[in-house]
Design a protein around this ligand. Sequence first.
Ligand code: ADP
Length: 359
Amino acid sequence: AANDCLPMPWLGIDIGGSLVKVVYFEPTDSTDEREAEANENIKQFVKGRAAYCNTGSRDTHLQMNNVTVNKRQGTLHFIRFPTSEMKVFLQLVKTKEMASIYSTVCATGGGAFKFEEDFEKEVLLKIHKFDELDSLIRGIQFVERNFPRECYYFSHPVDDKKCKKAPFDFSRPYPFLVVNIGSGVSILAVYSENEYKRVTGTSLGGGTFLGLCCLLTGCETYEEAIALAEQGDSTNVDKLVKDIYGGDYHKFNLRGNTVASSFGNMNCKQKRESTSREDLAKATLVTITNNIASIARMAALNESIQRVVFVGNFLRNNTISMKLLAYAMEFWSRGALKALFLEHEGYFGAVGCLQELMG
Ligand code: ADP
């Protein structure tokens, strides 16, 4: 009977526009036999390849050991797969008969609404829906407190030779700006533990990068798009200040190698013909990243906030964008703004919605 079900599913799911992020809390202090057995089942499922629908992965490097959630000790596991595989995932959960053990899952993101009926009617699991931005902030606060070296920055972002990743002490975080770069972008100002607002956003986000890159280069995946960009040179594609001025634009302190017009050389047939797929991928990445940097900078100025935390899966495997963001924050604010990054980049919504239920 439903009443016999264990109330805690220990699963947080963030169903986004591109990716589903799953966080599973594995209790390591079970004294209840039935719970231990149920968790053994779910653990097999989560740790087995099947759970990832063959197109997803478990991020073992992000695993959090010995964390306390709702007075219980355990391990947090991190898994992601494309949202397009959601129906396959639901079928898997159904065949595993998780509903006979657990009664609810915590979910957030747009898909918590879109797939609610599928969960409840097909899989017989009740969904506890949480707001994605509330969850994001809660998740950041929880992980920052529980994972050593979660927060980092790039030192000397303006000097490419010296620029390198370094840990940042984020134990006294407020106020800070969060720039969540998923399929689209949301910018939040966080003033204290319980006080935040959504300042602005842009539809030109990670989904735009990937979509345009597929159109322009014929690539098929995010990994491929990033690999192309790493080999490319965007200065063939973009029109730079020096292409227009012949050098720097001194009066307003604009360096010759500053982009004046993104893709601005591509109206010229000759330039188009000498441009590679790699160059186009790089230019797309740089265009989207710099646009986000510029909006983030204005938001920070408006809110009088100095620390800007960039998160979201657009930053996964993407050092080019992180270094560009670090450069843009430092250079254009004359050192007033600092770009910060977090190791669990895309998982905060999923962690946060689990937290919300458990307190
Ligand atoms: P959402 O919640 O909108 O799905 P995410 O924070 O998960 O947002 O970020 C999605 C973005 O992350 C994509 O638009 C893409 O730029 C990037 N990305 C990183 N890894 C992948 C991947 N394996 N598949 C698709 N997109 C990926």
